[in-house]
Structures are given as structure tokens and as C-alpha cells.
Design a protein around this ligand. Structure first.
Ligand SMILES: *[C@@H]1O[C@H](CO)[C@@H](O)[C@H](O)[C@H]1NC(C)=O
Ligand SMILES: *[C@@H]1O[C@H](CO)[C@@H](O)[C@H](O)[C@H]1NC(C)=O
Ligand SMILES: *[C@@H]1O[C@H](CO)[C@@H](O)[C@H](O)[C@H]1NC(C)=O
Ligand SMILES: *[C@@H]1O[C@H](CO)[C@@H](O)[C@H](O)[C@H]1NC(C)=O
Ligand SMILES: *[C@@H]1O[C@H](CO)[C@@H](O)[C@H](O)[C@H]1NC(C)=O
Length: 807
């Protein structure tokens, strides 16, 4: 343990706390869609690890590889199994594997990791086969999946270890793979299996304990003015060689090789002559070690120069639960490789090597370049013709000096909470004639985040829970043609539409969703998919960047609910803001209500404590959402409280005085110091209303650390000013809500004397998997909980606090 990492941990901790206070930076999904039972799901008893997928639109199937099984599923409904073939390890293989010290039931099985199309009818499949990787051809014909039964050596094409990340790609008849070629997993290689097989040099300057993530092909020869070749790009992380750290630090990389590479004649024989790599930069809002690339998706454009790699990053240390998406244009990466400077190793004193920028002369043809017109003019038509000088240079210096920077210089998305795992991106043509790139990002707790970056503004349209249990999403595939997304996890595969506009019932909901797939069609009075618009519906409305609802018809006013008030009782009025980004604002007889020892305002509603006759009247709850500079205000609940005259079913006994006392005491300690008296506060100020009591409690915690934090404020401010993150509009409350949801836990508020847990009536929010009813918890000297309030629908429901005999 060295000073540096200790320091970074301390810094990280403090920044973490400070940022929790600042906290306006992180994206919060506007909507949370809980798991629905109708989800199209595929799983088979006894089969696990559904982590290889291949979409075959032409055959109408999704090929799914799992542990010891391969399925052909109906692409329209993956619950429909069209064919299956099992590929089990033999007893002998399993025994051998166990002798070598591997776990029989976990590691010594055949995990299908590779599925590639060879031609219309033939597929190539590889499995780990009890630490003895094996490949085979497979056909799908006449509704049958058949393995050819002529197993091939899979070493270097598929990992030995089922837990090891790897990547592979079929280009024509050539299989490109990046994995380890030995049992121990210690010999990494980037391999091309073809008539002329090529691989990487076994040198730590080429690959140092890499974790391969993704590979794709870019047809750069197309329209190339300098006769350039096609390229294969590879993304991975590995031990850094460029940093002077005492301990190992990982970095993210992009590397590439040329398709036409044939290796060198004497130097680099049967090795890549075009292997170049560069560091990938994606700066997190909090200072940290370099983030680690977890998955990449290439959004292809007709003009390859405009193609973009989208990459998901997570922190290297487990400390900050933050992930980011950064995008890199193919041309930016290409520029670094084609024109950038190289790094070179220099020996410093005690056999220690430092990598610095190379400033000497670079040989011609340029090291690492594909064979292009420059080389051809020099009489070099193949990499075999390249001079030793060029080859020796690249053999010793595969690393570029400069890092590849993301588009716009900053992440497109930064999200706190459950880490992001996998990404796919779809390009949508919206009604304004522009195309928007919609990211679908899987998380480690079974959600898909659907996000867009509107000119610098990060926006998560919605998060959709696709697995009932919090399972990490281990693979994501997208079919734009089908308009479907497919995901796999340990326990099953699911399918979900890229959009479900019918979820938005009103014009205002439809527009405010700011979903580029959806628009309001006044002719049918429906929120429709932009792809299904009839040509006559020229009047369809969409307002993606602004969320402008002025063209929508007026909403019907909310019907007031009559309630009886029993003096001395606590009364709860429920109010569900219309989105996670909206805040509730309460009014009583048209006066703003503020938290006090009479009113307790929380996410899900309002508590009137120890109600008396003076509390009768009209209460209304407005849901307020800020979209850029626009404020959208909507009344979502109106209650009419009148004095109770006759006994009713909903009336509960008056709470014993002690309850009320504890209650009020707890609340008073939580009440905000400033602002609670002023009647004309900006409802959008993060200090006000429902948030303020929480905020103030946060403040207590923050205050304690503020001294420590103070020294770091400069850093934070600097990051802020950098204007990196345009997510400012997400208000504190939504952030808080998010944090609570994401931790799959309720809010923990510490204030020395008492701790309150609030469970809003947020049906089905992630935290509410087992708590999807409203309740208020008190945790003082023990844990007490109010039982569920009246089980009425979240929007217009209401309930009274029960007498809690435990208190
Ligand atoms: C999908 O297939 C399953 C199994 O056959 C069936 O139960 C389900 O209704 C189908 N879903 C749809 C939407 O067609
Ligand atoms: C597809 O590829 C396989 C394996 O290379 C080959 O045997 C088969 O003839 C090919 N089929 C067609 C239709 O090209
Ligand atoms: C496969 O799934 C099983 C069951 O959940 C799990 O124990 C195992 O770790 C998984 N293996 C891999 C390689 O993901
Ligand atoms: C390279 O190709 C050109 C045209 O295809 C040919 O004229 C030339 O002889 C070739 N040179 C070598 C060294 O093979
Ligand atoms: C779309 O949303 C509606 C309304 O919530 C729901 O009933 C329907 O099942 C959803 N469709 C799909 C395919 O998820």
C-alpha cells in the first residue's frame, strides 16, 4: 500500500461526500419502469449463462449461446424456441479439467462464448469445453440446429476460462480473436485465424494482462484517397506502462490492425506489422484513477468517417459508484494512429523503464501504417515488403503518445448508482429531420437505461427493469430492423421494444418524455412511434430539445377528493410527481406549504401532523419539472379536507400523545433552519419543500465534513466551471430519490439522534421490490415501521397514519 493510493482513497471519500452535497451533476432517469410480467423472456431449466448472441434477421432467429446449449429463438418472440442443440462436455474432459484443479460444476463445463455467421446457412461456434476451448461449424436449416461434429482446436479463438472477458469477430472467412492462448490465462494474444494466421508479439509492451472487451471492423478502404486498407479496432484495458506508479494501474485502450496485414519477412514474421494502440480518455467528474472500459458499440454510418464508438466506463477502484459513456469518432482515433507521435521506452537508472514521447526521426513508410499508396509508390505492395527499420520501430513502440479524447471532450452520460455494464446505440430520425443517437445501457442490477445527449445535455429518458431480480446484464444486442433489444444474463434472455410510445397516455406526457421514437399524433390522439406515422399525420408533435407542450390540448382539471378530518389525527395526502425529475409543490388555500413541525413533506406526499379544525380546506399538489429553461407545472392532486362528522371506515384511533411527540421531535430535528418561514420561496429552489428536510439532514452530515471538504472545493469548483456536465437541471430531490432507488435500499438519513426511513408510494421503484407500498419508518432506539397506508393508487390515493402500538 503506497501513499498515493491511500491518498486517492481519502480524497475519493471526501470528494464523494462533498459531491453528495453538490450532487446536481448526475443524470437521473426521468421515468422508472418496473418489471412487467408480460416481458418476453427465454430461459430453460438447468441452463445458465446466456451470454452469446447473434441476430439473424434474414433467418428470423436470435441465436443464443448458453452453458452447454445453443438455441434458435423466434426473433419476434424469443419465448418461442425454434430449435436447440446441446453441446455438453464429455465426462473425460470434465475429469481432466477437475484434475487440473478447476471446479467441476462451474468451470469444467462448456460455455458457448462465440457465435459467428460464416455464410447464409453456416455458423461458427466455440465453447470453453472444460478449459479446453473447442470450435465447430453449425447449420440452421429446416428448423433444425445441427453441429457438424468436427470439432476444431479453439485455443486462441475462445478463452479457456469461462469468466475471462474476450472478444472475437468474423470478417469474411477470417476469425479475429483477442484472448489468452494458455490454460493459465497468462498469454494474451490478438489472433487472426486465416490462411495466413497472424498474432501479436509476446511482449508486455504489446499487451500487459489485458482484459479484452470489444472488436469491430471499419471499411476504411472505401473511398480512401490514399488507397488505405480496412481495419479491425479492438478495445481493452491493461496495465499501464506510461505512468510512473509504484503499483499497477490499469488504463483503457483502443488498438487496431490492418485487414491486409501479412506480417513481416524477417522481423515480425507471422506477427502484426500494423498493431498500434492508444490510451482512451474519458474523464469522470470526480478525480480518480483512469476509468476502465467495460463495453463498446460501433454506431455505423454510411460514411465510415462519421461512425462512432460508444464506450461504457466504470471506475478502477470500487469507491465511487459512478459510470460514464464516452463516444469516439473513428476519424479521431484514426488521426491519432496516422499522424500522432509515438511513445518510446527509455531506461532510467535501476533497470527501470519509463515511456516518453519519441522525438527522433520516424522511418518511412510510417510504422504501423497499412499498406497504402505511399508504400506502393515505394514498391511495397504487401507488409512482407516493409523494410526492417519500419518493422523494428513498431515492434518496440506500439503505443501512441497521445490519448484519444472523447467527442465534445467529455462524457455523454455520467450516472451514479448501479454500474453500467453493456451498451448498444440506435440512430433515430426524428420529426425535426435530425438523427439522434439513443443509447441503451445495461446495468449490473438488471435495468436498461435509455439515454440521449441533446447537444450536451445528458438525458435519461427512462430506465426499464428487464430482470425481476437484480442480475447483471452480460450481453446486449440491438436490431433496428425489428425495433427490438435483446439482453442476456446468467438466468435468461429477454427482449424488449426500443420504444413503447403507448405508455404515454396524454399529449403532455408524450412530449415531455422527449423520446425521439415517440410523437403525439393529434389525428389519432395517441402517442405514436415516429416510424408508424401515417403520411396524413403531418401535424404530429415532438419537441425533443425543449419539451415544449404549448401545442398540446389542455389537460382536464384534476378532480378534487373529499376527505374527512378527525382532529388530533395525523393525515397523509399522497401526491406522485409526474416524473422522477419533477418535484411536488403543495398549496393550502393557495398558499405555499413549507416543511415545519406541522407539515412533513416527502417524496410521496404530505403529512399533516396532529390535524386540527384550522387544517380544513383545499390542498393541492403541483408537480413541477424544469426542462432546460422551461418550467412545466401540472396539478396532480387536489384534496378537500372537511371536518369529520360521522364515523367512517377510514378513520383510525387518535394516536397516543407519545407517538405524536416522538414524531414531531424527529421531524423538528430534521426541519430546515432557513426558508421554513418565508412564504414566497421559489418552488424550484432545491432548498425548498419536499427536499429540504432531507437536504438539511444531509447538510448535518456534510457540515461535519465540510472542513475536510473545504480544501477540495477548489477542485470541485474547477470541475464545475469546466462545464463538463450539462446535467445541472436535475434537482436535488431527484438526485436523492435516485440515490435511494439505486442503492436498492431506502433512504438512510443520519442525524445522530434519529434516523428516518421514508418509503414513498413509488410503486415498483427498484428499492421498493419488497416495499411497494407507502410507509414511514422510524429508527430511533429500535426500528419501528408504520404499516402500509391505505392501498390506493399512488396518484389520488390517501391514507391515515395508523396508531403504531410498538412505539
Ligand atoms: C410469446 O410466446 C409465448 C410462448 O409461446 C407466449 O406465451 C406469448 O403469449 C407470446 N407473446 C406474444 C406477445 O406473442
Ligand atoms: C458455407 O460455409 C461452409 C463452411 O465454410 C461451407 O462448407 C459451405 O459450403 C458454405 N455454404 C454456402 C452456401 O456457401
Ligand atoms: C454461470 O451461472 C451460474 C449460475 O448462476 C453462476 O454460478 C456462474 O458463476 C456463471 N458462470 C459464468 C462464467 O458466468
Ligand atoms: C506492386 O504492384 C504493382 C501493380 O500492381 C506492380 O506493378 C509492381 O511490380 C508490384 N511490386 C512488387 C514489388 O511486387
Ligand atoms: C407498452 O406499454 C403498455 C402500457 O404500459 C403495456 O400495456 C404494454 O404491454 C407495453 N408493450 C410492450 C411491448 O412492452
Amino acid at each position: 500500500m503506497n501513499l498515493l493510493s491511500a491518498l486517492s482513497i481519502v480524497c475519493g471519500l471526501m470528494l464523494h461526500v462533498c459531491f453528495s452535497a453538490f450532487n446536481a451533476h448526475y443524470c437521473v432517469p426521468r421515468n422508472t419502469i418496473p418489471y412487467q410480467n408480460g416481458m418476453k423472456l427465454f430461459r430453460e431449466d438447468g441452463i445458465f449463462n446466456y451470454s452469446a448472441m447473434l441476430i439473424r434477421d434474414d433467418l428470423g432467429v436470435l441465436l443464443l449461446g448458453a452453458r452447454e446449449a445453443i438455441y434458435a429463438l423466434d426473433i419476434n418472440n424469443i419465448s418461442v424456441k425454434k430449435a436447440v442443440v446441446y453441446w455438453r462436455v464429455t465426462e473425460e474432459k470434465q475429469r481432466e479439467c477437475t484434475y487440473k484443479g478447476k471446479h467441476a460444476e462451474v468451470e469444467c463445463r462448456n460455455y458457448i462464448r462465440t457465435l459467428h455467421s460464416v455464410n447464409d446457412t453456416t455458423l461458427y461456434v466455440c465453447g470453453t469445453n472444460a478449459f479446453s476451448p473447442t470450435c465447430d461449424y453449425m447449420t440452421f436449416a429446416n428448423g433444425q440446429l445441427t453441429l457438424k461434429g468436427k470439432p476444431e482446436e479453439g485455443k486462441g479463438k475462445c478463452p479457456f476460462d469461462p469468466f475471462q472477458r474476450y472478444s472475437s469477430l468474423m470478417v469474411g472467412n477470417d476469425l479475429y480473436s483477442a484472448t489468452s492462448i494458455n490454460f493459465l490465462g497468462s498469454e494474451p494474444v490478438i489472433l487472426r485465424s486465416s490462411n495466413l494466421a497472424l498474432r501479436t508479439e509476446f511482449k508486455s509492451s504489446w499487451l500487459s494482462e489485458p482484459n479484452f472487451v470489444y472488436m469491430d471492423f471499419v471499411r476504411e478502404s472505401f473511398g480512401s484517397p490514399d488507397g488505405d486498407d480496412d481495419k479491425v479496432y479492438l478495445f481493452f484495458s491493461e496495465n499501464a506502462m506510461e505512468y510512473d506508479f509504484y503499483s499497477k494501474v490499469a488504463v483503457s485502450r483502443v488498438a487496431r490492425v490492418c485487414k491486409g496485414d501479412m506480417g513481416g519477412q524477417r522481423t515480425l514474421q507471422r506477427k502484426w506489422t500494423s498493431f498500434l494502440k492508444a490510451r482512451l480518455d474519458c474523464s469522470f467528474p470526480e478525480p480518480s484513477l483512469p476509468p476502465i472500459v467495460q463495453d463498446v458499440f460501433l454506431l455505423k454510418h454510411k460514411d465510415w468517417r462519421k461512425s462512432v464508438f460508444y464506450a461504457v466506463f466504470t471506475p478502477q477502484s470500487s469507491l465511487p459508484q459512478v459510470s460514464a459513456v464516452c463516444a469516439y469518432s473513428v476519424s479521431a482515433i484514426r488521426d491519432i494512429f496516422d499522424e500522432g507521435r509515438f511513445k518510446t521506452p527509455v531506461a532510467v537508472e535501476t533497470s527501470h523503464v519509463k515511456w516518453v514521447m519519441y522525438t527522433g526521426e520516424v522511418p518511412v513508410p510510417r510504422p504501423g501504417a497499412c499498406i497504402n499508396d505511399v508504400a506502393r509508390k515505394m514498391g511495397m505492395n504487401r507488409s512482407l515488403d516493409l523494410p526492417d527499420k519500419t518493422l523494428q520501430f513498431i515492434r518496440d513502440r506500439p503505443l501512441m503518445d497521445e490519448a484519444v479524447h472523447p467527442q465534445m471532450g467529455a462524457p455523454l452520460l455520467v450516472k451514479r448508482g448501479a454500474l453500467l455494464t453493456r451498451i448498444v446505440v440506435d440512430s433515430v430520425l426524428a420529426l425535426d429531420g435530425q438523427t439522434y443517437d439513443v443509447m441503451f445501457v445495461g446495468t449490473e442490477n438488471g435495468y436498461i437505461q435509455k439515454a440521449v445527449n441533446y447537444g450536451g445535455e445528458m438525458f435519461i429518458i427512462e430506465e426499464i427493469q428487464v430482470y425481476e431480480n437484480a442480475e447483471p446484464i452480460s450481453i446486449l444486442r440491438l436490431s433496428s430492423r425489428q425495433g427490438q433489444l435483446y439482453a442476456g444474463s446468467e438466468f435468461g434472455a429477454i427482449q424488449m421494444p426500443l420504444s413503447n410510445c403507448s405508455r404515454y397516455k396524454t399529449c403532455v406526457d408524450c412530449i415531455l418524455s422527449r423520446d425521439p421514437y415517440c410523437c403525439w399524433d393529434p389525428s389519432s390522439a395517441q402517442c405514436s412511434s415516429v416510424y408508424n406515422l401515417s403520411p396524413s399525420s403531418k401535424t404530429a408533435i415532438q419537441s425533443l430539445k425543449e419539451g415544449d407542450v404549448s401545442q398540446c390540448p389542455q389537460l382536464d382539471p384534476v378532480v378534487a377528493i373529499d376527505l374527512a378530518l378527525v382532529p388530533g389525527n395525523n393525515i397523509q395526502l399522497l401526491c406522485q410527481p409526474h416524473s422522477n425529475l419533477a418535484q411536488a409543490h403543495w398549496r393550502f388555500s393557495n398558499q405555499s406549504l413549507h416543511p415545519s413541525n406541522k407539515y412533513y413533506i416527502y417524496d410521496g406526499g404530505l403529512l399533516i401532523l396532529n390535524a386540527s379544525e384550522s387544517d380544513t380546506g383545499v390542498y393541492s399538489c403541483d408537480s413541477i419539472e424544469q426542462i432546460n429553461s422551461r418550467t412545466h407545472n401540472r396539478t396532480v392532486g387536489v384534496y378537500h379536507l372537511h371536518l369529520h362528522s360521522e364515523p367512517e371506515v377510514v378513520v383510525y384511533p387518535t394516536p397516543r400523545p407519545t407517538v405524536t411527540k416522538t414524531f414531531i421531535h424527529t421531524l423538528r430535528t430534521a426541519a430546515p433552519e432557513p426558508g421554513s418561514g418565508s412564504g414566497s420561496e421559489d418552488p424550484l429552489s432545491p432548498e425548498s419543500h419536499s427536499t429540504s428536510s432531507r437536504v438539511s439532514r444531509l447538510e448535518v452530515a456534510v457540515a461535519l465534513l465540510s472542513l475536510l471538504c473545504f480544501s477540495l472545493m477548489g477542485v470541485i469548483l474547477w470541475i464545475w466551471i469546466r462545464g463538463h456536465l450539462k446535467c445541472f437541471k436535475f434537482l436535488q430531490s431527484s438526485k436523492d430519490r435516485e440515490g435511494r432507488r439505486e442503492s436498492a435500499d431506502y433512504m438512510h438519513i443520519q442525524n445522530r439522534t434519529s434516523e428516518i426511513k421514508l418509503l414513498g408510494p413509488e410503486l415498483g421503484r427498484p428499492c421498493s421490490a419488497n416495499n411497494n407500498h407507502s410507509a414511514v419508518d422510524f429508527k430511533g432506539n429500535g426500528e419501528h415501521r408504520f404499516p402500509p397506508m391505505a392501498n390506493i393508487s399512488s396518484l389520488d390515493g390517501l391514507g391515515y397514519i395508523h396508531d403504531e402500538s410498538e412505539i
